[in-house]
Design a protein around this ligand. Structure first.
Ligand code: GAL
Length: 835
């Protein structure tokens, strides 16, 4: 749900609560509807599909959000290429009817899209309402002039993702985020028109509200703007009302709400307040808007890094792309929550939305879960990175898209930093091809809707001017947050740095250059906007574990028929590092505000260091199916207070084989390893080996036991055993009770185990799923980055002993039974209720 625009149903409940305080209120002129259900869809182009009379009865009926690419097959020749996930693109059409019986001449209808990938054209009753190329931006249209207020209307949306490659990763295709239909009176709160500026000083909070009101009519109107602050217990904290005259071109009104003893928003207690804004005219509420806010103090210090509410904390962040594994990019709150929860459990406290504005749900969850966010606008500016990427649209659309990102997102307390770009080629000074023409930048500046943004420095080159322009847009709409950008040209020669417009210096990689930051960028705070790019395949171990594999090497051609990278922390891209190497620098460099690791989860596309049939990334700390790789426990041991004792690899090898055992632990002075009861020695972390300990042992079947001790007393222990022959399937769901809303999800882990229940680490059986009850299988996966099995299927091979199936509740309460079977394996059934 978009919290800024509450649904009609939530609104109805809120109104009941509000009634006593607004006894004068007589009626409501607005409604908000989630408009996801019952669209018709076809995956082909048809010149007539926008026409009202077009016959779409044979088209498929579906509910949004929807990603058509994830339903397809991986194919080497799909134009997205392996980097785009090797899934299909194309042109898709969506159609939906809107039947109105509205006698109110003053009512207005706004159709809002949280995002559609990409090149969207929206038609109402056969007429083009608008186009929007950028696939990651939210947009709306006032469709009132195109509507018949009595009778049937047809909304048709063309989504064109046929020109590929247009991205360096998988983007999905279609209307992959929520759609809302909003009805209001002609006087209306502008979309994203309530800005809340918060301040906390000496235990007192202030919320300054600037509210923009639209008036499309040609007469001036007198309204009252009521604004109320509610705490999380839904109790009123503060309230202000102001009468104002709304002229024909609209009005902006400012009010102040005081908060005594504010409950601050923090990572541990992400306290949220709600602000409701109502426009009243003669006792009638014409429009209402609700936003969530948080009161907190954010600061970046040149010497000490990042501060939240006066407390110095390291930003322990990860980069995330938008896909949800086998569900594609179709936004689902349960799937996103699961991802963020796993990150939070690992100790992550920040998310970088790489490299585009995220779904609003991500920001809502970060607000409510206590995660910081760096919100990023673009992966390219004028200089493209792929043939059909955003650079084609930049000159025409960048100002609008950047403005809309800031307007939409600026009230989220989780956001602590804006990024205006990732590794944009305009940063480089050396190569001619990467220098933008001053002429082009001047066109952009001259076309700017807002002439106050034009004050760039004459002596600077075009790229630096462009940086100043983009930063000015951000500052104009949000004067409260600092601005950065992810740069892999880390010298002061970088055009973005030279522009002086970046408040926080952001490095992508180049961890060895961190030492030079104070000298190269005096007076500037610093953050590592992107780091590591380690390459791991869950379950696969390349030994000896103490040699580093840096892929791909330029010196020799890279071939590795297994399509796997080691799961020890000994494998990374040549521009990156191991996890330990970078964390060591971040941890011990006080002026480094923190880092965003590339990446928290594997994502579809960019299968570095391989090509097709590899089709998803190896960079994740967690694999695509949601199974943690070993390095997850490195961070958990460093970043959380949870007791951690993790030992790897598994214990199924060839007798006599030399095996390296690694152990991540915390809250202990030493660990001792026993193989079949025989000690293999005590290990302690030291200054040189601060993050893991290891033993080089000879394999014999049986049992590996690690014991952790503090002050001589055992505080933790962990045992792994050699697994026998695969015997049965074990199913474990992350939730046993779902909502019967057609969207709620349960992620079921499927493990092939021996008679005693030990995971069979080499098992790769095909597991077949069947389901009874009101629900469906929404997707299957096993975390393999090179499997060409479909994500939407009723079976999946196990990959290193595991796979995963996503069960989606139907719209009626039910007991859903999921059964998993495999040849020579005892099946298992699990029950999931939806209510
Ligand atoms: C970075 C880039 C990311 C991703 C990563 C892979 O340079 O910003 O989007 O491509 O490399 O290592």
């Amino acid at each position: 749900m978009n919290p800024k625009r509450i649904s009609f149903f939530r609104f109805a409940i809120c109104s009941l609560l509000l009634l006593p305080s607004f006894l004068c209120v007589k009626s409501y002129a607005f409604e908000r509807h989630l408009w996801d259900e019952g669209w018709r869809f076809a995956l082909h182009n048809d010149d007539k599909a926008h026409e009202t009379t077009f016959d779409d009865h044979a088209w498929r009926v579906l509910d949004l959000p929807h990603d058509w690419a994830i339903e397809g097959d991986f194919y080497a020749l799909n134009p997205s290429g392996a980097n785009g996930g090797a899934l299909p693109g194309g042109i898709g059409w969506y159609r939906k009817h809107l039947n109105l019986n509205d006698n109110d001449a003053s009512s207005r209808y706004v159709l809002h899209f949280d995002g559609a990938y990409m090149n969207t054209s929206v038609y109402v009753n056969g007429q083009l309402v608008g186009v929007r190329p950028y696939g990651f931006i939210s947009f709306s249209y006032d469709i009132t002039p195109y509507l018949k207020k009595q009778g049937d209307n047809v909304v048709a949306v063309k989504v064109d993702n046929s020109k590929q490659p247009n991205s360096r990763w998988y983007t999905g295709c279609g209307i992959y985020r929520h759609v809302y239909l909003m009805k209001s009176s002609d006087i209306r709160i502008e979309e994203w028109g309530v800005q809340a500026l918060t301040e906390v000083k000496k235990g007192k909070g202030k919320v300054s509200l600037n509210t923009k009101i639209e008036n499309p009519s040609d007469r001036s109107r007198r309204v009252i703007v009521h604004q109320t602050l509610w705490n999380k217990a839904h109790l009123m904290v503060s309230k202000a009302s102001k009468a104002c005259q709304v002229e024909a071109n609209g009005a902006t009104i400012s009010q102040l709400l005081n908060v005594n003893k504010p409950q601050l928003w923090s990572l541990e207690s992400p306290n949220l307040y709600t602000v409701t804004t109502e426009i009243e005219e003669n006792g009638r509420i014409l429009d209402r808007d609700t936003i969530s806010i948080g009161l907190r103090n954010v600061a970046f210090d040149v010497k000490k890094g990042f501060f939240l509410n006066g407390k110095n904390i390291k930003i322990n962040g990860v980069c995330l792309h938008g896909d949800l594994g086998c569900l594609g990019t179709a936004i689902n709150e349960d799937a996103l929550y699961r991802q963020l929860l796993m990150m939070k459990d690992m100790g992550v406290n920040a998310i970088r939305c790489s490299h585009n504005p995220p779904a609003p749900e991500l920001l809502n969850l970060c607000d409510s879960m206590g995660l910081l966010v760096m919100d990023e606008a673009f992966d390219s500016w004028m200089q493209g990175k792929t043939t059909y990427d955003y650079s084609i649209y930049f000159k025409t659309w960048a100002e609008r898209d950047l403005r809309d990102m800031v307007l939409r997102d600026r009230n989220h307390p989780s956001i602590i930093l804006w990024s205006i770009g990732n590794e944009v080629l305009e940063q480089w000074n050396k190569t001619k091809s990467a220098t933008v023409a001053l002429e082009d930048v001047n066109i952009l500046l001259n076309n700017s809707r807002d002439k106050t943004l034009l004050s760039t420095t004459d002596t600077l080159n075009a790229s630096a001017k462009l940086t100043q322009f983009l930063a000015a847009i951000v500052r104009r709409y949000d004067p409260t947050r600092l601005i950065s950008a992810g740069c892999n040209e880390v010298s002061p020669n970088n055009n973005l740095f030279k522009s002086g417009a970046l408040d926080v210096i952001g490095f992508n990689y180049h961890q060895k250059k961190v030492a030079d930051v104070p000298q190269n960028f005096p007076g500037k705070p610093f953050i590592m906007t992107e780091t590591v790019s380690a390459l791991h395949t869950r379950g696969y171990y390349r030994m000896p574990s103490d040699s580093l594999y840096r892929w791909p090497t330029h010196k020799r051609p890279f071939t590795e028929p297994s399509f796997m990278c080691s799961s020890y922390d000994n494998s990374c891209a040549y521009w990156g590092s191991t996890h330990e190497q970078t964390w060591d620098i971040v941890k011990h460099t006080p002026y480094c505000s923190g880092q965003f690791i590339w990446t928290g989860f594997d994502y579809i596309g960019e299968p570095t260091p391989f090509n097709f049939p590899a089709r998803s990334s190896y960079f994740g700390i967690v694999d695509l199916a949601g199974f943690p790789k070993d390095v997850y426990y490195l961070y958990q041991s460093e970043w959380t207070n949870k007791p951690v004792l993790h030992v790897c690899p598994h214990w199924n090898w060839i007798e006599g084989q030399a095996i390296d055992l690694w152990c991540y632990y915390n809250q202990a002075d030493e660990v001792e390893l026993f193989i079949n009861g025989k000690s293999q020695g005590v290990r302690k972390k030291s200054n040189e080996h601060e993050y893991h300990v290891a033993w080089h042992v000879t394999y014999e079947p049986g049992e590996v036991r690690v014991v952790a001790r503090k002050n001589g007393k055992q505080v933790n222990e962990k045992t792994i055993r050699t697994a026998g022959a695969p015997h049965h399937i074990r199913l474990t769901s992350n939730r046993n009770v779902l909502k019967a809303n057609g969207r709620s999800l349960s992620f079921v882990t499927v493990e092939v185990v021996d008679k005693e229940g030990n995971l069979c680490p080499w098992a790769d059986q095909n597991i077949q799923f069947s389901l009874t009850g009101e629900g469906k299988i929404a997707g299957v996966d096993n975390g393999s980055p090179f499997s060409l099995e479909r994500f939407q299927a009723n079976s999946r091979h196990a990959f290193f002993g595991k796979c995963m199936v996503v069960v989606q509740a139907g719209k009626a309460p039910s007991v859903i039974k999921l059964t998993a079977k495999g040849v020579d394996l005892q099946p298992q059934t699990i029950e999931i209720k939806s209510e």
